[in-house]
Every structure is written in structure tokens, then in C-alpha cells.
Design a protein around this ligand. Structure first.
Ligand SMILES: NC(=O)c1ccc[n+]([C@@H]2O[C@H](COP(=O)([O-])OP(=O)(O)OC[C@H]3O[C@@H](n4cnc5c(N)ncnc54)[C@H](OP(=O)(O)O)[C@@H]3O)[C@@H](O)[C@H]2O)c1
Length: 286
């Protein structure tokens, strides 16, 4: 008897569908061994065999992201792990760990499903992240460090360890030390509000990137959100109250709540945490 669809098979399909959509050869059907999966234009799916609950959740979370049309330009997603009171780290910058193990695996799946991962100078300085895919199967994305003043020390791992190609995005006229062969420096104009997120996306699109993850921190993601450059936001909320510290999202003040963002939202359990999958191109009323 054919066994139920498990998470390993679901993940293999998700990655395959993302590749096929990116290469414009996706037919809406995946046939694999005795299994068959039909996927509609919005990522809804139907399988020929029952799927285990965790495999079904994986397909439901990821297929809308994987099937989104990338022919007209890159899709951009951001993710933040935050406390109930909307903090991503303490005031001193400690963020290990706000969210739990299942959310960490989720973040690695995100990295595996994009061509590039963008982070701000504050995150690379504070966390010294590797930005590679280690907790699931998948390719490492291009690592992109947004560091206009070239203040991130060359000792940080993204600049030292050649696990993935790395771009150092700095302001025009800045001359950072290039410490390794896997690191290339790109200079961008800085306006009053910093480097325009649209410029970052255009640069990555020109390099062939079709899906981009903005992984943090809050300042970097807020700038992409304010510039309306995000298609989705994965906000992972942990049942924890930090009470002070670095905020998740900071946008210009509004006077009344009718001006608040209310995007279409789906919710999923990730261990003890809760994932809010926000579709920023659709309103909750749609
Ligand atoms: N819980 C989580 O999910 C999570 C994720 C990531 C990070 N973190 C934590 O968050 C903290 C860092 O976050 P953060 O919000 O303070 O900083 P951040 O977003 O990591 O970095 C902000 C800095 O990056 C540069 N930058 C980003 N976007 C820019 C743009 N469009 N134009 C010009 N410069 C830009 C600027 O550098 P300059 O200041 O040099 O101008 C800016 O001040 C750390 O403590 C880290 O541990 C938590």
C-alpha cells in the first residue's frame, strides 16, 4: 500500500514546484512515484493520497508563495520572529532566541525557497548570522548585507566564510575592505530615507533573482514595507513578553485605525509559536 504523503515528500515537491515556476515550466501537476499533486493558480492543492497533518500544513503554507508569478519581477517576502509585545530583541540586541525550534526550521525553509536573503547592518553586527540553509535540504541563497556606511566589521562570518556568495551593499563613495573572494561590493545612491529598497530589488532582479527574502532586522523590513516593496510578511509570534527592546515594525504615525494595514492573513501553529502569513497585496476584506 502507498504510504501517506510525509513532510520529506511534501518538501521535495515544494522545492521542485518553486524551481519549475521560476523556470516557467510549471504545469500545475506534479507526478512522483505513485503520487499526484494538482495545484491551482493561488497555491490551493489536491493530492491523490492522504497527506500527514504536518505535510499538509507544509504544502498549504508554501504553495501560494511558490506558485506566485515571477515573470514580471521578483517576489519579496520578509520574516520576523517577535514577542507578543512586538519586540525582536532586547534593547542591547540579544535575540537568541525569541521563537522556538519549529520557527527556526521554518526560517531555513524560507531561505531555501529564495534566490537572495537581505539583512541590515544591525543584524549582521549583532547576530553574526551565516544566512545559510542548514536545518532542511536546500540551496544557500545569495547573501546581501545592506550596510551603507560599511560599518560591519570584516570579521563577521558572512564576509569570512565562503558558504555562499555575498554582496556588500554600501553607499556610493564608500570604500569597504573586501576581505574574501566570495564577497562583492556594490555601491548604491543614498537618499534622505537611505537606500531605496526598489534599487536593491532592481539590482537583484538584474542578477536573475526571482524570489527575495528580507530577513531583518526591524529597521530594514520596515523600510521595505513602507516603500511597498513586500509581497508577503511572515510574522512569527512567540508567547513571550520582552517589555522593552528593538521593535519589529516601525512605520510613520497614523491618527486613526482606518489607516492601519489590514492585509489578508492566514495563521498556522509552529510549535509553541504562531505564524501569521500576511499577503500584503490583498486586503483582509478582499
Ligand atoms: N527576531 C528576529 O526575527 C530578528 C531578525 C533579525 C534581527 N534581529 C535582531 O534585531 C536587531 C537588529 O535589527 P535592527 O532593526 O536594529 O537593525 P537592522 O534592520 O538589522 O539594520 C538596520 C541598519 O541597516 C542599514 N539599513 C537597512 N536598510 C537600509 C536602507 N534601506 N538604506 C540604508 N541603510 C539601511 C542601516 O545601517 P546604518 O545604521 O549603518 O545606516 C540601518 O540602521 C539585532 O539585535 C538582531 O539580533 C531579530
Amino acid at each position: 500500500m502507498t504510504p501517506d504523503i510525509d513532510t520529506a515528500l511534501a518538501w521535495r515537491w515544494i522545492r521542485r514546484i518553486a524551481d519549475e515556476v521560476g523556470e516557467n515550466r510549471f504545469t500545475g501537476i506534479v507526478a512522483d512515484g505513485g503520487y499526484r499533486l494538482e495545484i491551482d493558480a493561488r497555491g490551493g492543492w489536491r493530492a491523490s493520497y492522504p497527506a500527514a497533518a504536518d505535510a499538509a500544513q507544509l504544502l498549504t503554507i508554501w504553495l501560494p508563495w511558490c506558485v506566485a508569478d515571477v515573470s514580471a519581477g521578483p517576489r519579496v517576502i520578509a520574516q520576523l520572529g517577535q514577542s507578543l509585545d512586538g519586540r525582536i530583541a532586547t534593547a542591547s540586541g540579544a535575540s537568541h532566541y525569541v521563537t522556538g525550534r519549529a520557527s527556526l526550521v521554518h526560517l531555513h525553509r524560507l531561505r531555501a525557497l529564495v534566490d537572495a536573503v537581505v539583512v541590515g547592518a544591525g543584524t549582521v553586527d549583532a547576530d553574526d548570522p551565516q544566512l545559510t540553509v542548514r536545518h532542511v535540504e536546500g540551496r544557500n541563497p545569495l547573501r546581501v548585507v545592506l550596510d551603507p556606511q560599511a560599518r560591519v566589521p570584516p570579521s563577521r562570518r558572512v564576509f569570512r566564510e565562503p558558504a555562499a556568495p555575498t554582496w556588500h551593499l554600501v553607499a556610493e563613495g564608500t570604500a569597504p575592505a573586501v576581505p574574501a573572494e566570495h564577497v562583492s561590493c556594490h555601491r548604491l545612491p543614498v537618499e534622505d530615507a537611505g537606500i531605496a529598497p526598489q534599487q536593491v530589488i532592481a539590482l537583484l532582479a538584474a542578477q536573475g533573482c526571482r524570489r527575495i527574502l528580507v530577513e531583518g532586522g526591524g529597521v530594514t523590513i520596515s523600510r521595505f514595507l513602507q516603500a511597498e516593496c513586500l509581497d508577503r510578511l511572515h510574522s512569527v509570534v512567540a508567547p513571550m513578553i520582552i517589555g522593552s527592546g528593538r521593535p519589529a515594525v516601525i512605520l510613520p504615525e497614523i491618527d486613526t485605525l482606518d489607516r492601519a494595514l489590514r492585509p489578508a492573513c492566514r495563521q498556522f501553529a509552529l510549535g509553541e509559536d504562531r505564524l501569521f502569513d500576511l499577503d500584503l497585496r490583498r486586503s483582509a476584506d478582499a
